[in-house]
Design a protein around this ligand. Structure first.
Ligand code: NAD
Ligand code: UDP
Ligand code: UDP
Length: 317
């Protein structure tokens, strides 16, 4: 049920984070009334400071593990630390954020009749035996390891979403996000794109883990946000889960080469040991997103990296 004016009232949890801040921007430009909720664990006001003067934007300091009573039409649930360094800092809180956060946002959606979107992850596939991973693959996840707080938390959140759909007929939308990069990534969260760019800009060695032949697929943030919005606006009854990511696959050596080409400078490659459980490959199968949402990424890695380099250059100056 919409309020008396025609703007959609939209809640973005984790709205001060990397993806959340881009989503808030996009929703404002689409004419929504946006509430950005964040506890600033990994997010920062700097990411949304330029939105604070907009009368249709509201910032709320709140932790999703606690109940929230507001009137909403749409909820995007993004709150959760996303990088291993961050989510392993307080693993119990990470699971609580995924599980209690999902329960609260689903309870809110149930009471208000809002459509509710969950930012899930390719990590639900764990260390996959199937490549690339279609949504029908159930995954191979260690339930008791150091990554489990994130992987199992996100899996349980998906379970809750589908049980609220079955039990309470909620209108849910679940997206499994694969590696995404762009401006406002954290400069020191240990992710490969931010690491390589920051190292290159500082003239430090580029840290290649293992032989650098492992591959990943990197999606530029604007493409991902377009996918989120298409999913939220998709036909009622299409709940997903749906993979979103860029299928273009690059080895870490190729990524280092591209970053060095853009940044220039004198950095050399330095080889380090490969972390345990580091997947050799990860690539999304996005056939479902193409079919149902007519969505696929459009930004080439080189172009996205240029934007990201420009952001980090300014940040480090
Ligand atoms: P991020 O760390 O920049 O954003 C997460 C935001 O959630 C931060 O602003 C943080 O302060 C906030 N937050 C954390 N715990 C909270 C809590 N208990 N209450 C309220 N706010 C809380 O990470 P991101 O990359 O923007 O990720 C956003 C979402 O997308 C996450 O759910 C993440 O799991 C998912 N995701 C991201 C990627 C990626 O490549 N970036 C990949 C897969 C999934
Ligand atoms: N909740 C919330 N806001 C609301 C409604 C519910 O935060 O507007 C939270 C509340 O903590 C509740 C949870 O969502 O415990 C699940 O709600 P639900 O109605 O599914 O179950 P309840 O626990 O109330 O039986
Ligand atoms: N990696 C690397 N150097 C770094 C950081 C990461 O070679 O400084 C590698 C890492 O071992 C992995 C890949 O880059 O194989 C992607 O790592 P990231 O943590 O960004 O994402 P994920 O492993 O979750 O896909």
């Amino acid at each position: 049920m919409k309020n008396y004016n025609s703007r959609t009232r939209t809640l973005v949890t984790g709205g001060a984070g990397f993806l959340g801040s881009h989503l808030c921007e996009r929703l404002l430009s689409d004419g929504h009334d946006v509430i950005c909720l964040d506890n600033f664990f990994t997010g920062t006001k700097d990411n949304i400071v330029h939105l604070l003067g907009n009368p249709h934007f509201e910032l709320m300091r709140h932790d999703v593990t606690f109940p929230l009573y507001v009137e909403m039409d749409e909820i995007y649930n993004l709150a959760c630390p996303a990088s291993p360094i961050h989510y392993q800092h307080d693993p119990v809180q990470t699971t609580k954020t995924s599980v209690h956060g999902a329960i609260n946002m689903l309870g809110l959606a149930k009471r208000t009749g809002a459509r509710v979107f969950q930012a899930s992850t390719s990590e639900v596939y764990g260390d996959p035996e199937v490549h690339p991973q279609p949504e029908s693959y159930w995954g191979k996840v260690n339930p008791i390891g150091p990554r489990s707080c994130y992987d199992e938390g996100k899996r349980c959140a998906e379970t809750l979403f589908f049980d609220y759909q079955r039990q309470h007929s909620l209108d849910i939308k679940v997206v499994r996000i694969f590696n995404t990069y762009g401006p406002r990534m954290h400069p020191n969260d240990g992710r490969v794109v931010s690491n390589f760019i920051v190292q290159a800009l500082k003239g430090e060695d580029i840290t290649i883990y293992g032989d650098g032949q492992q591959s990943r697929s990197f999606c530029y943030v604007d493409d991902m946000i377009e996918g989120f919005v298409r999913m939220m606006n998709s036909e009622a009854g299409f709940a997903g889960p749906v993979n979103m990511g860029n299928p273009g696959e690059f080895t870490m050596l190729e990524l280092a080469e591209q970053v060095l080409k853009i940044v220039g400078g004198k950095s050399k490659l330095a080889y380090h040991t490969l972390p345990t459980d580091d997947p050799k490959q990860r690539q999304p199968d996005i056939a479902l997103a193409k079919e149902k949402l007519d969505w696929e990424p459009t930004v080439a890695l080189e172009d996205g990296l240029k934007e990201t380099v420009a952001y980090f250059k300014e940040l480090l100056d």
